[in-house]
Design a binder for this molecule. Structure first.
Ligand code: SF4
Ligand code: SF4
Ligand code: SF4
Length: 328
């Protein structure tokens, strides 16, 4: 990690000194333990602030649409790089304006899971090799990183950046053996009532703070449908029907666009399981269109194009609509 961090700083310094970029987007030490914060570095004298560790969880591609038009270098894990590709494909950023500092990523540590293991407030945390150590007023603890990875990192297939201009560290082989949709398949097996009950329980926790939307690189609309007053798509309250409308529409907006980085879920203060919906959509997109977001800079998202060979069996005649037929 120290080696990767040193190289990130070296590369950032070179890019800024040569005026190859206007700014670097990376991570800095956060004021709270078990965290790193996104940072924007404009000056080569400030590159020592850049850090790399197992707490660098944000998807930094989120910031690229906000600085479009400027030449930017961005530190990118596998999932961030896929979002960068998706944003380029959607015409939101230009490939020639972005320098990708790619970092093969071993996975980020789930701070909430560690916090739940200890009695009291964690005051200090550190990372050494495969372990995270924490310390509070009257306790200490050491945790094996691989046991505390975020759910999205446990099902991650593409740890290495899919595009990079500068690669720091050894590429990690794609994890194609993974049964990545095992949980989604279990969910699909439930009865419609069980699925409804689970959906209501999860979405019922939502307080509509929209942190999930803000954390997502693909939620870049200047005006979100939930903020629209004319036409008004949904009410502002916490009635389950409005929560359902918000979450279902959000998930559908992600069809063919979500890279399953998990940033939305990590941003949620209520610990709503947001990925169960987007992963269901991702699985459908993969099954129907053989498409995974952000792997190919030339491939248009499936809902913006068509092929005569596309499957048609989702078009119902209207005669059979039990809702049980395909896990809808
Ligand atoms: S989803 Fe993959 S690339 Fe992204 S942080 Fe987790 S392990 Fe790293
Ligand atoms: S971050 Fe969580 S609580 Fe906030 S709107 Fe999203 S799901 Fe709801
Ligand atoms: S919906 Fe969530 S998991 Fe998907 S790209 Fe956005 S932040 Fe990442």
């Amino acid at each position: 990690m120290q080696d990767v961090q040193r190289k990130i700083r070296e590369e950032a310094k070179k890019l800024l000194a040569a005026r190859s970029v206007d700014l670097i987007i990376g991570f800095e030490e956060a004021s709270l333990p078990l965290r790193a914060s996104p940072v924007f570095i404009h000056n080569e004298d400030d590159v020592e602030a850049l850090v790399w560790n197992c707490f660098c969880e944000n998807n930094l591609a989120t910031y690229l649409t906000k600085v479009a038009g400027r030449k930017v270098a961005v530190v990118a894990k596998g999932c961030d790089s896929r979002s960068i590709v998706a944003l380029i494909v959607e015409g939101q950023i230009k490939r020639e304006e972005i320098i990708v500092i790619g970092i093969p990523c071993q996975g980020m540590v789930d701070r909430r899971k560690i916090e739940k293991e200890v009695q009291g407030e964690i005051l200090e945390a550190g990372e050494k090799n495969d372990e995270v150590s924490v310390r509070g007023d009257d306790f200490e603890g050491v945790f094996k990183k691989e046991d505390y990875l975020y759910p999205s990192c446990r099902t991650c297939e593409y740890h290495s950046p899919v595009i990079s201009d500068i690669l720091i560290g050894e590429k990690i082989k794609e994890n194609t053996e993974l049964d990545e949709y095992a949980e989604t398949i279990e969910y699909e097996k439930k009865s419609i009532n069980e699925r409804r009950e689970y959906f209501g329980r999860e979405m019922g926790k939502c307080i509509r703070c929209y942190a999930c939307r803000q954390a997502c690189p693909m939620c870049y609309c200047e005006e979100c449908f939930v903020d629209n007053s004319y036409p008004k798509w949904i009410e502002k309250g916490l009635d389950l029907s409005d929560l359902a409308a918000w979450h279902i529409m959000r998930a559908y907006h992600q069809a063919g666009r979500c890279v399953d980085c998990g940033s939305c879920e990590r941003a949620c203060p209520m610990e709503v399981n947001l990925r169960f919906l987007t992963r269901k959509i991702n699985k459908e997109v993969k099954d129907y269109f053989d498409f995974e977001t952000g792997l190919d800079i030339k491939a248009p998202p499936p809902l913006t194009t068509f092929s005569p060979d596309d499957r048609q069996d989702f078009i119902h005649s209207g005669e059979e609509s039990t809702g049980e037929s395909r896990g809808d």
